[in-house]
Structures are given as structure tokens and as C-alpha cells.
Design a protein around this ligand. Structure first.
Ligand code: HSE
Length: 437
């Protein structure tokens, strides 16, 4: 049967993996898709690299625009990344009636509304399984597998770099900066790790999952984002003593007044399966009304795991491209005219529990003052730990775990606690989630 033709934009790590896996599993994939899937042209600025990876079997060009306008190309795979040229190429491909498959979470989290609308108008598909959690088929699970459910919340370890760093900090008791350097040396972290360590990458991904789960447009600009660069090894240790692990979680939750959409370091009970996801692995926990909790685990990055997701989208497009566009799976799980404009809640309205670490003078009445302030804000204490001061030391650490309250209450309490003369410096505040449904 006549192959479907793919134009590949970018032959870096994921592009190379896609090329390799498509070739290796060619026959098996064709049996699934109903016809062969063939990369007919590759665009990359580095033609030497493209030549090495493709070993001469494919047409090469350094002009990506010639691919997205090529009448022989049926599907464009965009693996360039970023919002600049990638956006122009994707929109141009759609304008020329091409289906698009992309791993570009930044592009879709920020410009998804425009891109999906353009695709809808043109009757083409945009597949983005590879944009969230690499090889884990989480887009398909949320969009299709859980279609019967009212999804309540999603919490995910969706950035492997930060999970690797947190695992190493915990295992070795090392500070963030030392572990980051080691992660860069081993190739787990980029030379410029800002997007990963500051939580931006995870925020792109949870923005997409939130839209799919709750049937809203993508709302990245309203996401609350806090990374791990200021996290101290001492807090990982104290959390452990209290039975918790600290993970960088992307969280989205449906509440009565709106949707929570946030990324921050989070204490979670060490006994939860997701708390034991270590190293660069990813995992996503979904809570839904009919099925209950489901957990998805796997590799969130890397050449072949991400290629696995890219090719799954290629198979979907190959199977569905002749179908009436109205009978295809909607890009954001809900029919486009059924998207709701539910607002994202400001962080002050979010409900969560807290870990608070205070440096205090070790004298009578300090703890009473602190607990009075918490009580005044109706914040209930769940657990409390006071480190015995070392000999001759006049100060010590107090760690308090609270029950769930509204962030606004926690902010007010923390401001008052910091103003107490016996409290030294800033209160360290981390959020805590039980993730128990
Ligand atoms: N930089 C991402 C991570 C992988 O560390 O998980 C690509 O999404």
C-alpha cells in the first residue's frame, strides 16, 4: 500500500530516535497503521548530522519552510522546539493542509489556542503525545481512556531533570548547586537548566494536562510556578524524618470556584507509589470519579521513549486522516464548542497543607506564640518537630506540618510569625499534598 509521507523538522535526539524506531519497527508499525509510514524528507540546519543519522536514505534540506509547503508531505513532525520559528512552521504546515505531530510543550502551552483553532478550521490533526511525560501515553489516557470520568485532579512528576536532582539531594544529602553541576556533567541537565529547575517545563506540561482534563483552553499564563533552585537539603531531611518525600509536582485540581494550576516542590507521604519515583523517571497520578486513582509511570525523555510517543501520533494520524474531521478525537478531549472558560484560581485561593520551618531562639513561649498565630488564622497543626539545639547553641529549628488551609491564611500567618522577635529570618514554606483522593 502507498506509504504516508512524513516531513521531519529537526534530527536531534528525538528526531534521530524517531528515524531509528520507524525503521526498526517498520513492518510492525505498518501492520498497525494500515499502511507504511515513511520519512520522505528531513530538514535540519546541520546537514552533516542529518546525513549521518539517515545514512543517505532520505532527502535532506536545510530549509524547513520547503518541507511544510511540500505537496508530497502528508504529516509534518516538528521537533525544533521553542516558540519562535517552530510556531511559524507549525502554522504554515496547517495552512498548507498538513497534519502536525509535535513534542513542543512550550509552543502548545502558550500558543495552543491559536494553533488548535487553525487546525480545526483547516480540518487537520495536531498530535502532541510526546509533549507531556515523553514516552508515557498520558495524553491518550486522559483524552480517551478516561473519557467516561469527571476528572478531579492530576498530580505529576513531569520533569525528569528535577526529579533526578531531588533524588540525588536526598540520597547523598548534597546541596542543590552541587547536584545540578553533577547532573550537567552526566547530561541529565542542560547547560542552561533554567526551564527545568525553575519549573517552567513542568508548568507547560501540566497546563496541557489541565486543559485536557477539564475541557478548558490552555492557560499557561495563569499557572503558578515555583522551581527547586531554592530548596535546601535540610528540608529534604526533615521531611523524611516526618515520613514525607519532596517532589516537584505539577498539580491541577477542579474546585468549585475554578481550577488550581500550579508547579512547586511538594511534600508527599513517602508510602505513596508516586513518592518512590526516583531519578529521571516521570509519573502522573490522575484522580477521577468512576475509575478512582490511576498512575502512569515511565521515561519522560530520551530518544526512543519520546520517539515512541511521536510515532504513536503518526499511527493515529495515518489511521484517521481520511475520516471526517468531526468524527476525529478533539485536540483537547472535549468538542471545541464545548470548552469552558473556567478561571484558574489565583494562588491565594489555592487549598493545600504546609510544611513550615522556623529558625527560633530556644526560649520559653516561642512555640506558644507561633501556635497562637496559626490558631488565629484557623490553621490546624498536623505534626510538629523541634530539633534539639546543639550544645551551646541558642537557636533551633521548629518544623510544623499543617492541615489543609487556604494559601491566603498561610500567607497571613507566616507574615505574623516572621515579625516575632524570637523568629530569625524568613520562614521556609513548602506545600504538602496527601494525594489520597
Ligand atoms: N527537559 C525535560 C525533563 C524533558 O527534564 O523532563 C523533555 O520534556
Amino acid at each position: 500500500m502507498k506509504p504516508i509521507n512524513v516531513g521531519l523538522l529537526g534530527i536531534g535526539t528525538v528526531g534521530g530516535g524517531t528515524f531509528t524506531v520507524l525503521k526498526r519497527n517498520e513492518a510492525e508499525i505498518a501492520r498497525r497503521a494500515g499502511r507504511p509510514i515513511r520519512i520522505s524528507v528531513v530538514a535540519d540546519k546541520n546537514l552533516e548530522l542529518a546525513k549521518q543519522v539517515t545514512a543517505g536514505g532520505v532527502r535532506l534540506t536545510d530549509d524547513a519552510f520547503s518541507v511544510v509547503t511540500d505537496p508530497d508531505v502528508d504529516i509534518v513532525v516538528e521537533l525544533i522546539g521553542g516558540y519562535g520559528i517552530a510556531k511559524e512552521l507549525v502554522l504554515k504546515a496547517i495552512e498548507h493542509g498538513k497534519h502536525v505531530v509535535t513534542a513542543n510543550k512550550a509552543l502548545l502551552a502558550v500558543h495552543g489556542t491559536e494553533i488548535f483553532a487553525a487546525a480545526q478550521k483547516k480540518g487537520v490533526m495536531v498530535g502532541f503525545e510526546a509533549a507531556v511525560a515523553g514516552g508515557i501515553p498520558i495524553i491518550k489516557a486522559v483524552r480517551e481512556g478516561l473519557a467516561a470520568n469527571r476528572i478531579q485532579w492530576i498530580a505529576g512528576i513531569i520533569n525528569g531533570t528535577t526529579n533526578f536532582i531531588l533524588s540525588e539531594m536526598r540520597d547523598k544529602g548534597l546541596p542543590f548547586a552541587d547536584v545540578l553541576k553533577e547532573a550537567q556533567r552526566l547530561g541529565y541537565a542542560e547547560a542552561d537548566p533554567t526551564f527545568d529547575v525553575e519549573g517552567v517545563d513542568a508548568a507547560h506540561k501540566i497546563t496541557l494536562l489541565s486543559a485536557l482534563a477539564f475541557g478548558t483552553p490552555v492557560q499557561f499564563k495563569s499557572a503558578y510556578i515555583e522551581g527547586i533552585s531554592r530548596l535546601e537539603a535540610a528540608d529534604i531531611k526533615y521531611a523524611e524524618q516526618l515520613g514525607y518525600r519532596i517532589k516537584l509536582l505539577g498539580i491541577t485540581r477542579r474546585k468549585e470556584k475554578g481550577i488550581e494550576l500550579r508547579v512547586h516542590p511538594t511534600l508527599i507521604p513517602a508510602r505513596r507509589l508516586i513518592a518512590n519515583v526516583e531519578g529521571a523517571m516521570n509519573a502522573v497520578l490522575v484522580q477521577a470519579d468512576a475509575v478512582g486513582s490511576t498512575l502512569y509511570y515511565g521515561k519522560g525523555a530520551g530518544a526512543e521513549p519520546t520517539a515512541s510517543a511521536v510515532i504513536a501520533d503518526l499511527v493515529d494520524v495515518t489511521r484517521m486522516h481520511t475520516a471526517d474531521p468531526e468524527n476525529r478525537v478533539p485536540h483537547l478531549a472535549f468538542q471545541p464548542d464545548q470548552l469552558a472558560d473556567t478561571p484558574i484560581l489565583p494562588m491565594a485561593e489555592v487549598e493545600t497543607a504546609y510544611y513550615l520551618r522556623l529558625r527560633v531562639e530556644d526560649k520559653a513561649g516561642v512555640l506558644a506564640d507561633v501556635t497562637r498565630i496559626l490558631a488565629d488564622q484557623s490553621i490546624s497543626i498536623d505534626a510538629l518537630l523541634q530539633r534539639e539545639p546543639a550544645e551551646g547553641e541558642a537557636q533551633t529549628d521548629i518544623i510544623i506540618l499543617t492541615h489543609v488551609c487556604i494559601e491566603r491564611q498561610a500567607d497571613a500567618a507566616i507574615a505574623r510569625i516572621e515579625a516575632l522577635p524570637a523568629v530569625k529570618g524568613k520562614v521556609t514554606r513548602l506545600r504538602l499534598e496527601q494525594l489520597n483522593g
